[in-house]
Design a protein. Structure first.
Length: 286
């Protein structure tokens, strides 16, 4: 079952109290892929991490330069935050592996951060600095399916063994290029991978950028999936960085917020999962 949250409601529900994370350390369900269970104690070594986390970040032209800059800063600051480092310590191994890539069209993905180990302030600072030093770019089209397809084999290249495998996708529009997003999503779920989403909804939907209403529903019903998967929508530019931090905290801890705004049962998608392709076809005739 997937969960859908708005960032304002998550914060109001008490995710942050006095600058700390409330609920991350509290008893609650932990979600682990059945294919990536903890190794026996005798086999654990420095290569074992709590989660292998892929950060897949939209850089399509529908994202303006200010949004792209805030997005970069949001990930860098979240990784360096005290809340993140506190959540890191709560895992059985106290470390994660992370890689960060940017995506646009189905053939356009660029790895910004190859697999890196984060096990404390020094490694967190190094990853954050690496994110910030890369020049910001933009590119055409939006292929969430391409991002998922690109992400899956990256787990095989990771030198670390994770108890969970998670793809974290942020974007501001529906899939309009490459294969159907649900096909890519289902292929990832078959491998025991969890997909979480951050739909960016800070602008009014525009014909020129082929945005849609209810992008949060689209991400919930067409993109996210796997045990404990969730979507955090962001509709306020001022909450951008807080949304990224909230999402990373939950992914590192392997938990969802204690109280959900909406719990969506399995049913027909509320938004056509091919809506992006339809809009593109209607506009360009192909």
């Amino acid at each position: 079952m997937r969960l859908l949250f708005s960032i304002g409601a998550v914060l109001a529900a008490g995710m942050f109290v006095g600058g700390d994370v409330a609920g991350i350390a509290a008893p609650g369900p932990k979600f682990e892929s059945p294919r990536y269970q903890p190794l026996p104690a005798a086999d654990k070594d420095a290569q074992t991490v709590d989660v292998e986390l892929i950060l897949a970040v939209d850089v399509s032209y529908s994202m303006d330069m200010d949004e792209l800059a805030i997005q970069r800063e949001g990930y860098a600051q979240a990784i360096q935050s005290n809340e993140f480092l506190q959540a890191l310590k709560l895992g059985p191994n106290g470390r994660i592996a992370v890689t960060y890539f940017e995506w646009a069209a189905s053939s356009d993905q660029k790895i910004i951060i190859p697999w890196r180990l984060i096990d404390g302030p020094e490694t967190a600072d190094a990853v954050a600095a690496e994110i910030m030093k890369t020049p910001i770019r933009r590119a055409s089209r939006t292929s969430i399916s391409g991002a998922i397809t690109f992400a899956m084999p990256l787990f095989d290249e990771d030198p670390y063994r994770g108890l969970r495998r998670v793809i974290d996708i942020s974007g501001d529009g529906p899939n309009n290029n490459g294969g159907p997003v649900t096909v890519a999503r289902d292929a990832a779920l078959e491998k025991g991978i969890v997909i979480n989403g951050l739909p960016i909804m800070v602008k009014e939907p525009s014909y020129s950028t082929m945005d849609i209403d209810n992008l949060d529903y689209y991400y919930e019903d067409c993109v996210a999936g796997g045990p404990g998967s969730f979507v955090i929508s962001i509709k306020d530019r001022d909450k951008f960085k807080e949304a990224i931090r909230t999402k990373l905290l939950m992914e590192v801890a392997g938990r969802a917020p204690e109280r959900s705004v909406m719990r969506v049962a399995d049913k027909e998608p509320r938004v056509n999962c091919m809506i992006g392709e339809k809009i593109w076809s209607d506009r360009w005739g192909r």
